[in-house]
Design a protein around this ligand. Structure first.
Ligand code: IMP
Length: 194
């Protein structure tokens, strides 16, 4: 399907296998510490959901909602964690690290709030696009520069529910019409777009 506007990057079974490995690594590294997994909404939800079931030690889960504004990665907390992070071993659960600016701000904030330790688990790492050096302890896949959708990743709220990761080949088309890939991904729904 060479003329499709998006191409498969990581199929669902490879995601599942890698997430199991990450879960096993977290289970080993955090044994006896009951980590607090802080998932960054909304894109990390499929990853979080699979990851927690691959972890076989006691954990807790919490959520953070961020809104981004302006250039330079300025972020604001739109929804704060329900739990205090003070004294907790926090694992940030992210969908994708791009420039690293969001993660840098987040790590600093959690450290300032007195977390006992802060680590990051991200499904996808766009290493080549990094603007700031930030540690990433658990990484699912290193990818290139392409814009990715699926398995939580969206374009303007679309495509989060695809079970695989896809790279967008024709970004201009998507900018013009965020639903442009509905025909490829939701073929039975073409009559009911948007
Ligand atoms: P950064 O690391 O501060 O540049 O921002 C990371 C955030 O940018 C992620 O949490 C996503 O919301 C968004 N993002 C970056 N690259 C992609 C992509 O390829 N697909 C979907 N969202 C992306």
């Amino acid at each position: 399907m060479a003329d499709e506007p998006a191409t498969l990057v990581v199929p669902a079974d490879e995601i599942a296998a890698r997430v199991s490995e990450l879960g096993a690594a977290l289970s080993r590294d955090y044994e006896g510490r009951r980590p607090l997994l802080v998932a960054v909404l909304v894109g990390s939800l499929p990853f979080l959901s699979d990851l927690v079931r691959a972890i076989d030690i006691p954990i807790e889960v919490d959520f953070l909602g961020l809104s981004r504004f302006g250039e330079g990665g300025r972020i604001r907390i739109a929804l704060d964690t329900a739990e205090s992070v003070e004294g907790r071993h926090v694992v940030i659960v992210e969908d994708i690290i791009d420039t690293g600016l969001t993660l840098t701000v987040l790590r600093r904030m959690l450290e300032e709030r007195g977390a006992a330790s802060v680590a990051t688990a991200t499904l996808v790492d766009k290493t080549r696009r990094r603007l700031v050096d930030v540690p990433i302890e658990y990484r699912g896949f290193e990818v290139g520069d392409e814009y990715l959708i699926g398995y939580g990743l969206d374009w303007k709220g679309h495509y989060r529910n695809l079970d695989s990761l896809w790279a967008v080949l024709d970004m201009e088309r998507l900018v013009e019409d965020p639903a442009a890939l509905h025909d490829q991904f939701y073929p039975t729904q073409v009559e009911r777009r948007h």
